[in-house]
Write a protein that binds this ligand. Sequence first.
Ligand SMILES: *Cc1c(COP(=O)(O)O)cnc(C)c1O
Length: 378
Amino acid sequence: MAELPPHVAAALRRLPAPACAYLYDRSALRAQVARLRSALPRGTTILYAVKANGHPAVVQTLAAECDGLEVASGGELDLAVRAGARRIVFGGPGKTDAELIAAAQAGALLNVESVFELRRLAGLGVRADVCLRVNRDSVAVTGSHAMTGAPTPFGIDENQLGAVFDALPAGLTVTGFHLHAVSNNLDGTAHAAFLRDAISWSAQVAPRYGVTLRVVNAGGGLGVDHTSAASIDLAPLSQVAVPAGVELILEPGRYLAADAGWYAAEVLDLKTTHGRTFAVLRGGTHHFRLPAAWGYSHPFTVLPVDAWDRPYPRPEVAGTPVDAVGELCTPRDVLTRGQHVDALRVGDLLVFGRTGAYGWDISHHDFLRHPPPDFIIL
Ligand SMILES: *Cc1c(COP(=O)(O)O)cnc(C)c1O
């Protein structure tokens, strides 16, 4: 796991007790965009996928740093407009009429996910360039959530494209394809192959339907390993050739936001029952659900807090594995199982790195009605 940067530790030490907070570091967001941009083929469009972290400060920072934002709901669209995004791409399998109208009014490029959605757009009087999201027959890419080459609610089956173009309503012009297919891919060589394949497939298919190909949107999926410091190796991506006149769009969420976030929670109690030691936190999966959702142990760093002003002894453990669990009344409220600690006391903080993406945003905040964490923006 990455070391806790001193400026992050200092900010967490200033939290009021009992400490519980997400900290988002804008300089880390900017650095990550720069790292990605320098690794991609020149001219590649980078749109931050807002669903990874919709905190307005994060969205604003990434709207300024990236070429634009990818949104998938009316709420995210509002955030993107307010953040001053230069470009907005709007996708998602279930768009309401109100969302389609708002997206068109905001000048967003729509990723259309079904034939019926095309008809609804035309029925609403929208005249615009659109991309079709396609669920291809097969895609050679590894990652945690395959969304294509299998029955899913996302996109239009590749085999139905002929019928779609036969019935394409007047006023809508297809300029390209959206082919988001994977989440959290840690294999850079495989991702480069996926991009090449997305480009060559699009270039082959477009003329078949009279499309002048201008956009190939390969979606997100650049991975970070939440259990270590490893991330996808971006080097192979720079070798991908993009034909003249075609815009390659990527929509990374996790890769841009994960390392800019830290979740910190104070140890409220320490106990050993039936041979297992538990650190009970002021916090838990209602703030940070990812490890429970994905079934892994999220590593933490101990931030020692030496002050102790109580008249009774301070519980502590040393040289032992502990389970980091939350304050919820359910045995599933577990962030980490069996991580070794040299020393841990009630009142110390556990700090979970790489929590800037799919952390707070995917968690069930209202379960048990504990107060939310603080949010610190650096
Ligand atoms: C979720 C999503 C993304 C972002 O995915 P990451 O794995 O966070 O990079 C991009 N595009 C679409 C269409 C998505 O659904």
